[in-house]
Design a protein around this ligand. Structure first.
Ligand SMILES: O=C(O)c1ccccc1NCC(=O)[C@H](O)[C@H](O)COP(=O)(O)O
Length: 203
């Protein structure tokens, strides 16, 4: 069964539905330009309210080494890196590399370095609630990662309406959602519940 990551947690009140629905991952965005940006201190406070079984993912964009150190120090389980320029060596935290899928040609060039703990495919604009073009994605890349046993995370525009299709096409290890489960004040409990149920119904 695909595991579930709810991304862009910004407040303590959101943890109740994550705990109750026993999701697998909670993502915190550390990127100042994002409407979901939180400080390390805020995230540390919020994650105290998550069940220990929920792994925490620190979502970053080409992070400076200082930020990576702070993330490790704060006890996050996984570091997710978008727009990675260089793979930082000897990191003491598992890394998910996020790739923005813009075209079939670009996707064919995706190189997954050894030693990463997951490859995440996302829309051209991260956190936008839009999907990348699933039909154009070169599935031989997906098969290559399956053969190399690299965990695969499907992100970008997932919702209760399309997640079944995404699971059928990509057989992801994890499905990652943010925009479609948001309301006016952060994550909407009913939308999170509906998304989680849809994923679990599928299996
Ligand atoms: O969500 C953001 O604002 C964000 C900012 C900077 C880097 C990544 C960001 N989100 C990335 C994600 O982890 C996934 O892309 C996200 O869960 C999927 O988002 P959505 O398309 O909104 O469901």
């Amino acid at each position: 069964m695909a595991k579930i990551k709810i991304c862009g947690i910004t407040r303590e009140s959101e943890t109740e539905v994550l705990n109750r629905m026993q999701v697998d991952y909670a993502g915190f965005v550390f990127f100042e330009k994002s409407k979901r940006n939180v400080s390390i201190e805020q995230a540390k406070e919020i994650k105290k309210h998550l069940k220990p079984s929920i792994k925490t993912v620190a979502v970053t964009v080409n992070p400076a080494l200082d930020l990576i150190d702070e993330i490790i120090e704060a006890g996050f389980d996984i570091l997710q890196i978008h727009k990675m320029q260089e793979f930082p060596e000897n990191l003491k935290i598992p890394v998910w590399v996020a790739c923005q899928v813009r075209s079939r040609e670009e996707a064919e060039e995706i190189n997954v370095p050894d030693g990463i703990s997951g490859i995440l495919l996302d829309a051209p604009e991260f956190g936008s609630g839009k999907t990348f073009s699933w039909q154009d994605f070169p599935m031989k890349k997906r098969r290559e990662w399956q053969e190399r046993r690299i965990p695969f995370i499907l992100a970008g525009g997932l919702s209760s309406e399309n997640v079944e299709e995404g699971i059928r096409l990509f057989e992801p290890d994890v499905v990652d959602v943010s925009s479609s489960v948001e309301g006016e004040h952060g994550k909407d409990h009913k939308k999170v519940e509906a998304f989680v149920r849809k994923v679990r119904e599928h299996e």
